[in-house]
Design a protein. Structure first.
Length: 342
């Protein structure tokens, strides 16, 4: 046997960073920042790294690896759920031997031996990975991109070709309120409607305790009862701002149109627009809330890449395996992480 395939130990940290730097992408932030690597991949229970690695028994080097992120990475109470997201998946292209051709598949198959395994999703997939996922019978799709422009903005510096006249501003229901909340002070139990399941503890550890990014939390209140929490990040670019809603906890499917109150939030923050990427929630729910749906090949541009900034639409494909109705947000997996050191 040329390779030993195993789950990475804490002692493999430098080897993992070296592999990412040399064989994945030069100056990749995970190769530069152990703090972010630990935040995203150092398992809170085993204290091992969430990577499956293939060690060459002759050279002792990593020739392939696959990163993963369990939801319990940010809340140990979710351990029994068995939900996992994929991250970096790479086989070295500069090594030739009789086993390396199937090495990527070999490390991927080991995923299904993870503790309590119930679901898996890869978000932002390559064409090679897409072929493997398709052959394996996984569900393939593309994230829908919704946005709400600030109707008081005339000149857009982040978005482009936006037609704010499409936005409807109905009267805001008196029993519904939106306000920023302190996630550490929330004691209410929020109905976790969507799966994979998350929790208040998950939001705190995934977003509030992020080593580089600053997130905000909006509470949606129905007659003073907290029914949903929206996690968002404010992007500052080209002397302008945008609001990215990256996660939602709690049911939003019965809420009325929030366009009027969301416009107020846009004005208060001074943002051109807010957006949200999603799979698994019916588009009519977002239309009812007041959002518009982006046509990725249309004239309107709502950027998705900011590090570095690219003023163009980006389509994000995914694959998943689950026995339940799967829901994806921008904050899932490693999609909302820095690409550059602050």
């Amino acid at each position: 046997m040329i390779y030993s395939i195993k789950y990475a130990e804490s002692s493999d940290c430098l080897k993992i960073q070296f592999f990412i730097e040399k064989h994945w992408k030069k100056d990749h932030i995970l190769s530069l920042s152990k703090e972010l690597l630990d935040f995203q991949h150092l398992n809170p229970l085993s204290r091992k790294y969430n990577f499956i690695i293939a060690i060459n028994n002759t050279t002792s080097e990593i020739d392939a690896l696959l990163g993963f992120i369990p939801t319990y990475q940010y809340d140990k109470g979710l351990f029994e759920q068995g939900d996992y997201w994929g991250a970096i998946w790479k086989v070295r292209s500069d090594v030739q031997n009789v086993e390396i051709k199937n090495l990527g598949l070999s490390i991927w198959e080991k995923l299904f031996e993870l503790d309590n395994f119930r679901s898996w999703a890869a978000i932002g997939i390559s064409e090679i990975a897409k072929k493997i996922y398709t052959i394996s019978g996984m569900q393939i799709g593309e994230l829908a991109h919704y946005y709400l422009p600030n109707i008081s903005v005339k000149d857009f510096y982040i978005a482009d070709h936006v037609n704010a006249t499409q936005v409807s501003i109905p009267k805001y229901p008196e029993n519904i309120a939106i306000r920023e909340v302190c996630i550490e002070q929330i004691r209410e139990r929020i109905d976790c409607t969507y799966r994979p399941r998350k929790s208040i503890a998950y939001l705190k550890n995934r977003y509030l305790n992020h080593p580089f990014y600053k997130y905000h939390f909006w509470g949606i209140f129905d007659s003073d009862r907290l029914v949903s929490i929206w996690t968002l990040r404010i992007i500052k670019m080209n002397k302008s701002r945008a609001i990215r809603i990256v996660d939602i906890l709690g049911n939003i499917e019965y809420l009325p149109c929030l366009s009027a109150e969301l416009q107020k939030m846009l004005v208060d923050i001074g943002a051109e627009y807010m957006d949200i990427l999603n799979y698994g929630i019916n588009e009519e729910v977002f239309f009812n809330l007041g959002f518009l749906k982006l046509n990725p090949i249309g004239d309107v541009i709502i950027p998705n890449y900011f590090e570095p900034f690219e003023r163009k639409n980006i389509r994000i494909e995914f694959a998943y395996k689950a026995d339940f109705n799967y829901v994806i947000f921008k904050g899932d997996s490693d999609q909302d992480r820095p690409n550059m050191m602050p």
